[in-house]
Design a binder for this molecule. Structure first.
Ligand code: SF4
Length: 91
């Protein structure tokens, strides 16, 4: 693993830990409707993985461990924080 990849991994870990901390203490959370709207957008995004098939054509659901392939964040956490942004500008 090169230094750049190592530093990027460390940056993602630190950012994730800070996000978990903010979500745990309830700081910086979005309202319920925004949270639901963001998750709905992520559930239909090809960057979200894994997603569960529902049996309904085109409809997939997020799992608690679903991550965004672009930013590597846990979607459940990312969509709950007001300071987070979609890297593709979808929300
Ligand atoms: S944060 Fe944006 S790019 Fe990532 S899964 Fe959600 S909609 Fe897709």
């Amino acid at each position: 693993m090169g230094l750049t990849a190592y530093l990027e991994g460390a940056r993602v870990l630190v950012r994730g830990a800070l996000g978990v901390s903010r979500a745990t203490v309830g700081v910086d959370r979005v309202g319920e409707q925004t949270f639901v709207d963001r998750k709905r957008i992520c559930a239909s995004c090809e960057a979200a993985s894994p997603r569960k098939a529902t049996g309904i054509q085109g409809l997939k659901l997020l799992t608690p461990m679903s991550r965004c392939k672009d930013c590597h964040c846990l979607i459940q956490l990312k969509t709950s924080l007001a300071t987070e942004r979609c890297p593709r500008g979808k929300w």
